[in-house]
Design a protein around this ligand. Structure first.
Ligand SMILES: NC(=O)c1ccc[n+]([C@@H]2O[C@H](COP(=O)([O-])OP(=O)(O)OC[C@H]3O[C@@H](n4cnc5c(N)ncnc54)[C@H](O)[C@@H]3O)[C@@H](O)[C@H]2O)c1
Length: 253
């Protein structure tokens, strides 16, 4: 532990599970106070309890990232408790069904856009509004390798993740002069509950996806958390508008 984030306030959406959960612990270990925002109240509160039992400081805010009102309430709650937001990890997301475009319903499209894109947009806007008068901050958005290349059977998901990359770069351009850095992480397949179906897969999908990762394994949530800690810390002070792939070589071809 280097205490890279002592006394900073860090918001983590999707902090109840998987990548967000691992990040919440990693950020707390570096000295940050954590606001876990998630729609899963029992898992989210469990993360907060565990951080507190390890001597850290954390709060939970129930949020549906797809609802602007819910996002605004959560930011208000965090501001009331901590008075500022220094680091924000906009990470909550869903994978959607494995379906080709012609078989995708409007409801499925709207659900994925609402959570993966509007959810990032709504948090990003409020975070910037809160950071601007307080001298700046650092924001990391979770995109995906599917934000850099197409995803067969996941066009809606891939579209949202490409959009998150665009939001990240545009926000970095707009607010660099205000001391707000905005970056994105683009994970390959990571062994979290979102990817749990792959563990049980017997139809060859798991093998096909493994072959796409030159390191011949999937990633761990902690490997993403390492990068997020660095992107929030002063050690990455000149890194801005960057999309950091953490994918075992998936997109190197
Ligand atoms: N696991 C992977 O292979 C992988 C790869 C690339 C990118 N990602 C991205 O990483 C992010 C985290 O995924 P994960 O693998 O940790 O999945 P996960 O399912 O373990 O965690 C996602 C979290 O988001 C929360 N969430 C979902 N919908 C929400 C909503 N409407 N409001 C608030 N919270 C909501 C869930 O409750 C959960 O806690 C997602 O954006 C995902 O697209 C995951």
């Amino acid at each position: 532990m280097d205490n890279l984030l002592t006394d900073r306030i860090a918001l983590v959406t999707g902090g109840a599970s998987g990548i967000g959960r691992a990040c919440a612990f990693a950020l707390a270990e570096e000295g940050a106070s954590i606001a876990v925002c998630d729609c899963d109240e029992s898992l989210g509160r469990a993360v907060v309890d565990e951080i507190q039992s390890l001597g850290g400081d954390a709060m939970f805010s129930a949020t549906d990232v797809a609802s602007v009102n819910s996002v605004n309430s959560s930011i208000d709650e965090i501001m009331a408790r901590y008075g500022r937001i220094d680091c924000a990890f906009n990470n909550a997301g869903v994978a959607g069904d494995d379906r080709f475009i012609a078989d995708t319903t409007d409801a499925e499209w709207n659900k994925i856009i609402g959570i993966n894109l509007t959810g990032v947009w709504s948090f990003l806007r409020r975070e910037i509004q809160e950071m601007l008068p307080r001298g700046g901050g650092a924001i990391v958005n979770t995109a995906s390798v599917a934000g850099l290349v197409g995803w067969r059977g996941g066009a809606a998901y891939s579209a949202t993740k490409h959009a998150v990359v665009g939001l990240t770069k545009s926000a970095a351009l707009e607010y660099a002069r205000h001391n707000i850095r905005v970056n994105a992480v683009c994970p390959g397949v990571i062994e979290t509950p979102m990817a749990a179906t792959l563990q049980k897969d017997t139809g060859g999908l798991r093998e096909r996806l493994l072959r796409k990762h030159p390191q011949r394994r999937f990633g761990q949530a902690e490997e993403i958390a390492e990068a997020v800690v660095w992107l929030f810390s002063d050690r990455s002070s000149f890194t801005n508008g960057h999309t950091l792939t953490i994918d075992g070589g998936y997109t190197a071809r």
